[in-house]
Design a protein around this ligand. Sequence first.
Ligand code: A2P
Length: 275
Amino acid sequence: MNAPQPLTDTAAVAAARNLPCETVTSVKHWTDRLFSFRTTRPRSLRFRSGEFVMIGLAGPDGRPILRAYSIASPSWDEELEFYSIKVQDGPLTSILQHIRPGDPLILKPKPVGTLVLDALLPGRRLWFFATGTGIAPYASLMRDPDTYERYDEVILMHTCRQEAELAYGRELVESLPDDPLCGEYAHKLRYYPTTTQETPSLPGVRTGRITDNLLSGRVFSDLGIPPINPEADRGMVCGSLDFNTDMKAILEGWGLREGANSEPAEYVVEKAFVG
Ligand code: A2P
């Protein structure tokens, strides 16, 4: 099958509708279901780590298809990075997975979102809970010095079906000691990756859903820390709708309240984009 036409039509479709475009600078395919890509960054774009923007391409009918994507790059990076799933019949990702360096990408430079440090009250420990591509906002937050200045300890729980799907996050965690701004804080980040549909072979990778490992208390004993409580712990949740719903119930059961930009509290939630 030929690569879909919409890739080459995006610049024209965007111009006709006055939508701003950026240029893809690199693409990396991590598995047959996951890829990341980088784009030029609009000069005017300032964002808070954890926020998302609308990005897209021209669809087969000549209309733009825009979806919310968390910015995975840190705020000081001169380019932008995104991390995406490939859904074979997904309206956007079925086309987006074919992008190459030099291709135009529609990008509205209006960042928004609740997965930001400002929506949380101060605390001792910050938890990043992610399934699948839900790790994208944490890829930015884990490279923000503010994260480590506000919390003594940051714990990243990331769960995927297969071990290969953890690679994007694992590489970021492993490279943190070399990060120009956050290297000195790398010891504060604790990484708890798990798989649910494959027995892991890499050291440090465990099994089980995040929800199960929290409810059984396994993660607390593995890390040697007390159970989550509203005095010390703050949480950020980013995954599928079902995951987010289950996590809300667990965190609220432990006394944490959902926060927002306008009213910071103990945890925040955002849905990872799919489709
Ligand atoms: P599982 O394999 O047990 O369904 P997906 O690829 O479907 O988005 O899932 C990504 C990861 O999120 C998988 O490891 C999956 O586990 C896990 N997951 C899906 N739904 C939930 C949920 N409601 N609670 C906890 N983990 C979930």
